[in-house]
Design a binder for this molecule. Structure first.
Ligand SMILES: CC(C)(COP(=O)(O)OP(=O)(O)OC[C@H]1O[C@@H](n2cnc3c(N)ncnc32)[C@H](O)[C@@H]1OP(=O)(O)O)[C@@H](O)C(=O)NCCC(=O)NCCS
Length: 157
């Protein structure tokens, strides 16, 4: 596996990956519609196949992870991608890395806490607002858990 920065060279393939796995390139975070096609990030490759992707943005001294997907789970892909973002955030002198996950995402809630992230905020019932911007967000999430809240995690650098 090797990790490559999102660049002009691979942007089209990255956007195809996002469309294929997310069915759209728009995401809603804390009530904000975000165009994933223009985010910075890193992709994990097995030869020329993308097997993982992390996107992030840096602003106001914070780095925010916007998405993280691994197609080869439990082989270190997710951790390697998070570490690349942490390196980038440290270079940019960010004080924290933050991210949002949803209340149904038990795997992510475990994964981030085991990697030093702490639960910082709860955006209660925020998916109701998010569905107004993106009606395709389902009512049920993983394990048929009602998809209702965003949980913010952060990690000091
Ligand atoms: C959450 C997610 C990104 C994790 O990616 P991943 O590639 O499985 O991550 P890793 O392999 O680095 O780590 C996952 C677990 O596998 C374990 N692992 C890593 N390599 C391993 C190996 N060779 N053998 C056994 N276990 C291994 C890790 O220790 C980790 O366990 P832990 O979380 O209990 O510490 C992935 O499950 C995913 O894409 N989920 C769907 C999308 C999503 O929910 N994204 C996050 C929303 S913000």
């Amino acid at each position: 596996m090797d990790i490559r920065t999102i660049s002009e060279e691979n942007r089209e393939k990255i956007n195809d990956f996002i469309k294929f796995h997310w069915f759209t390139t728009d995401m809603v975070v804390r009530g904000e519609l975000v165009d994933m096609k223009i985010l910075d990030g890193f992709a994990a490759y097995d030869l020329d196949t993308i097997v993982g992707l992390v996107t992030y943005r840096i602003a106001g001294g914070w780095c925010e992870i916007m998405s993280l997907d691994s197609l080869r789970e439990k082989q270190g892909v997710g951790t390697a991608l998070i570490n690349k973002v942490a390196e980038k955030a440290a270079e940019a002198k960010c004080s924290k890395i933050k991210l949002i996950t949803t209340n149904d995402n038990i795997d992510a809630i475990r994964f981030y806490q085991r990697r030093g992230f702490d639960m910082a905020r709860l955006y209660h019932d925020s998916l109701e607002t998010a569905r107004k911007l993106k009606p395709s967000i389902p009512m049920l999430g993983n394990f048929d858990i009602p998809l209702r809240h965003e949980i913010e995690f952060d990690m000091k650098l």
